[in-house]
Design a protein around this ligand. Structure first.
Ligand code: AMP
Length: 934
């Protein structure tokens, strides 16, 4: 095996005599953590075969070989195992202990209230080192402090400074040796501190003055008004400015920020450059001309540009509802859209910054979902910088006893091995230092990183609140605690960097600037013409014209292309069969099924250079085996997408099977779609009812984002829906909820029933210059239903039909009842009526339930003005489906004097029954009742 390595080690070991115990311990230390030993030793150990590597050599054999080699060396030199060598190992272990657990002794809490457990590993005794050793010189191993040997007392001192000062670095949970070494070198090489020159120090002080100054100003001008003050976490302002500035220096063009309400107004004014006067006007209750319903000021987003040494960076603060943490995946989705637009595959040009609260980051599940997404193909953005404004209390809930079960609020970040830098917010230089470190880590390794800004909250949850009622001890401390700018000004005064008078003058200068009401951020730049133009979509309603036609020639050409794949790409036999059928459909030998018509819609769009993104839990194949847009080679597992092989330079379609989440992934796609109007963005649920895992996204963003914030979003939700006896959880996409949320033309809700309709619906969503969500109840059994087929010519010249009249050639005069319905039940009704050879009931399909197609339905109704008996038939229980939410539209559509009655399942708490036999009975009954005229 590694004779060469072993020999080299024996010849070059710095230890006199070679010490078996030393080597063994060194090796054990290496096994615990490869960064514990010096780089030379690591190289020796790395070269050994290990259990983890593909080798036959067992670790026990490797140990044995070391033992033998060391014994031989011992014999040759006639030496013995020296005490000093044993101590040397202990020193290395001490160093390692600081790296692992130093953060537990760090000085993180500005209020000094944290009860920190004593960590025995950080004492000399624990490592069998004593006072007598303090003046002895030891090798420092991999400690990156610039000298190879140091006295123990100096080693101990630097370890205390690096690991137990204002920064608590948690990074030893990272598996990658390279990343750990990188962090060590940055932390240890700087002795845990950055050196800032006077100019930089002045800048930091002025930023603290601005953070504090704004709150004081608002507090005095608008006493008692809620502003969710930043006070206590003032260093967030220098932190963010340093982060943005450095990211621009390192090549970022855009930064997207997500944050909850705490400190948001401060960030808006002091970082993003919102005009203070605009904020004051909002406090005074004024608001500009806006068509929508608006939102409170601490939820509003903002866009601006920010000058950095690398050029101007565009800043976008995401609009944010009160639901904590849900904005994070929205931000990441927005970042991915911007990356795609800039052709950035790795995350060099756009930086996501998410700002969390300490209780929320530990408490909200969407945080875990977002971490889990961070390195996956569909969602990666090259890492997010996550900042926790850790004010140690959640509204009135105390942190350790009630708010969480972990030591730190940030422990969730360890699931992706993100490094976590806890930092005392009252040490602004340490804050800026870790900010630089965190950003550099993110940019080097393209992974998430966390800054835990440990601070406090000067007031209650809001300014009208009384915090002492629930946190008496904490607030007794807070009341006496000086603000960060005072502490820092004092420090700079002592070091001679800034005089007391200057600091006072700057406080006054800032107040004067606020009085003027103009922008107070030096780096602020007016937003340059933005790369995305939303104007073609603004102000359009559903009736806007668009070109929906496709020529027969183009359809045939595309149909042929998307039903081909390379011969050597071996398909599973069932998939091959699907493609054989598609080839027949392309030739016109077979009617189109759902999967093919849907794929053809995508083909026509990518052929027009449209970029499409479709994600969902099984979207490549389709949960119900219908799509097969991604073909898996059975021999080597490789994939092939016919839709991406239409022509050179076509628009790309991306289809990803998503992580098993609803909330974060839907929020991500919302973020993507609100940042990119030109792409077609679709999210598909495995089963429609699973979308309720993302109810917050539906309620807070999709249904009302335009109304509240004026932000358009063309996201499409594909939600499988239909009563096929699969039980309460796989039948309903909860249509009623979407209909209940429908108002102000906020979105469209469709229930297409034919392949041609799904073709036109998808194309309409993209080609019509409207960017509002599309909610689709997609079918399951209809995917293969013999009646749910379309001919190629149905794709050519018609657009989407919002309502479809009777298709059989009934004589309208004979019609005594008209049944209105949507979705799959139509085919049950049609089949039954045909079986009965009944000609007195007409069936009308409402394919778009919202906005209700009153005109189209009125046209269809022309034939039935004599009819008095109208029925709404649905599969869903009476309290669900469209009956309660859309009934007013049905009433308005029928002739005056006619009656409208309900045929469907009885009201039910569960969406569907669990027993197939019961389901069949119910289904038969509702169809029968809809058709039988008594
Ligand atoms: P952002 O890049 O998000 O900062 O957006 C820049 C500008 O584009 C905004 O100030 C808006 O004028 C416009 N804009 C961005 N997103 C949307 C959207 N979803 N709907 C309408 N306008 C938008």
């Amino acid at each position: 095996m590694q004779d060469g390595v072993m020999r080299e080690w024996l010849e070059t070991s710095h230890l006199a005599g070679g010490n078996v115990a030393y080597i063994e311990q060194m090796f054990e230390a290496y096994l615990d953590d490869p960064t514990a030993v010096s780089d030379e030793w690591r190289k020796v150990f790395d070269a050994l075969p290990s259990d983890g590597k593909a080798t036959d050599t067992k670790m026990s054999d490797v140990r044995e070989q070391f033992r033998e080699a060391a014994k031989n060396k011992l014999k040759q030199s006639g030496g013995g195992s020296s005490v000093s060598d044993q101590k040397q190992v202990k020193v290395l272990q001490l160093i390692n202990a600081y790296r692992f657990r130093g953060h537990q002794h760090a000085n993180l809490d500005p209020l000094g209230l944290w009860k920190q457990d004593t960590v025995p590993d950080l004492s000399l005794d624990f490592h069998e080192l004593s006072k007598d050793d303090l003046d002895r010189e030891f090798n420092v191993g991999s400690l990156a402090v610039g000298s190879e040997t140091m006295k123990l007392k100096d080693i101990h001192n630097v370890l205390e400074n690096i690991y137990c000062g204002s920064i608590g670095a948690e990074y030893m949970h990272i598996v990658s040796t390279e990343e750990k070494r990188w962090i060590q070198q940055r932390l240890e090489g700087n002795l845990g501190k950055a050196k800032f020159d006077k100019e930089q120090q002045k800048k930091i002080l002025r930023e603290l003055i601005s953070a504090d100054g704004l709150e004081k100003y608002l507090g005095s001008k608008f006493p008692g008004a809620k502003r969710f003050s930043l006070e206590g976490g003032d260093s967030l302002v220098p932190l963010l400015k340093a982060l943005i500035s450095r990211s621009g220096e390192q090549g970022a063009k855009e930064v997207v920020i997500g944050m909850a309400h705490r400190g948001r107004l401060n960030v808006l004014v002091n970082v993003l450059g919102k005009k203070p006067q605009d904020l004051f006007d909002e406090f005074a209750g004024k608001h500009g001309e806006s068509k929508g319903s608006g939102d409170v000021k601490y939820h509003m987003g903002f866009s601006s540009d920010f000058a950095t040494p690398g050029g101007d960076v565009h800043l976008a603060l995401a609009f944010n509802p009160s639901h904590l943490e849900i904005v994070n995946p929205v931000v990441v989705g927005s970042v991915r859209a911007r990356m795609d637009r800039l052709g950035d595959k790795v995350g060099e040009k756009v930086l996501p910054i998410t700002i969390h609260g300490d209780s929320a980051i530990a408490g909200q599940g969407v945080v875990q979902e977002t971490f889990n997404m961070s390195q996956t193909r569909a969602y990666q953005v090259g890492g997010s910088v996550r900042i926790v404004v850790n004010n140690q209390v959640g509204f009135t809930t105390s942190k350790r006893e009630d708010a969480r079960s972990t030591q730190y609020c940030t422990d969730i970040a360890k699931m992706v091995q993100a490094p976590i830098f806890h930092v005392n917010a009252d040490d602004p230089e340490a804050v800026v230092f870790v900010t630089q470190l965190a950003l550099d880590y993110r940019n080097t390794f393209k992974r998430d990183v966390v800054i835990d800004l440990v601070c406090y909250r000067r007031h209650g949850h809001n300014e009208a609140d009384e915090p002492s009622a629930t946190q008496p001890l904490m607030y007794a401390k807070v009341k006496k605690h000086p603000v960060a700018r005072e502490l820092y000004a004092e420090r700079l005064n002592e070091s001679g960097a800034v005089s007391e008078d200057d600091a006072k003058q700057w406080v006054q200068d800032y107040r004067d600037a606020l009085d003027k009401g103009e922008v107070v951020v030096e780096e602020h730049r007016p937003m340059r013409a933005h790369s995305v133009d939303w104007s073609p979509y603004v102000g359009n309603d559903w009736d806007v014209e668009y070109d929906y036609k496709v020529s027969a020639k183009k359809l045939k050409e595309l149909a042929e292309k998307i039903s081909q794949y390379p011969e050597e790409h071996k398909l599973n036999s069932r998939v091959a069969k699907v493609y054989q059928e598609r080839q027949k459909m392309a030739k016109g030998d077979k009617a189109l099924d759902w999967g093919f018509a849907e794929s053809l819609a995508y083909a026509t769009l990518v052929d027009k250079d449209v970029h499409i993104r479709l994600t969902g839990q099984d979207s490549g194949r389709g949960t119900f085996f219908h799509r097969h847009a991604v073909l898996h080679n059975q021999e080597d597992g490789s994939t092939y997408m016919p839709l991406n092989h239409i022509r050179e330079g076509q628009g790309q379609i991306e289809i990803y099977d998503s992580v098993l989440s609803e909330a974060a992934v839907m929020a991500f796609e919302y973020g993507y779609a609100t940042a990119e109007p030109k792409s077609l963005i679709m999210w598909e649920a495995q089963f429609g009812d699973f979308a309720n895992g993302a109810q917050v996204v539906i309620d807070q963003f999709l249904s009302s984002g335009e109304q509240k914030w004026g932000r358009l979003c063309g996201l499409t939700l594909l939600l499988p829906h239909g009563y096929e006896g699969q039980g309460p959880e796989h039948s309903s996409a909860r249509l009623e909820r979407f209909l209940q949320l429908s108002a102000d033309h906020n979105w469209s809700v469709c229930v297409p029933t034919t392949p041609a309709q799904v073709f036109h619906m998808i194309r309409r969503q993209q080609l019509r210059p409207v960017r509002r969500p599309l909610i689709v109840m997609t079918p399951k059994s209809l995917l293969r239903h013999p009646l749910a087929i379309s001919e190629m010519d149905e794709l050519e010249n018609t657009g989407f039909q919002n309502a479809i009249g009777e298709i059989d050639s009934l004589d309208p005069k004979k019609v005594k009842r008209v049944v209105l319905c949507s979705g799959k039940v139509y085919y049950d009704l049609l089949k039954e009526r045909r079986d009965r050879e009944q000609d007195d009931v007409a069936i009308i399909r409402i394919e778009q339930l919202y906005p209700f197609p009153a005109e189209e339905v009125a046209d269809i109704m022309q034939d039935y003005q004599h009819v008095k008996d109208f029925v709404w038939c649905q599969e869903e229980p009476q309290n669900q489906g469209a009956w309660y939410s859309s009934q007013h539209n049905f009433w308005a559509a029928i002739p005056s004097g006619a009656q409208l009655t309900y045929r469907g399942r009885d009201a039910s708490a569960a969406p569907a029954v669990g027993y197939l036999s019961e389901h069949n009975k119910q289904q038969q009954k509702l169809v029968d009742e809809a058709l039988t005229i008594k």
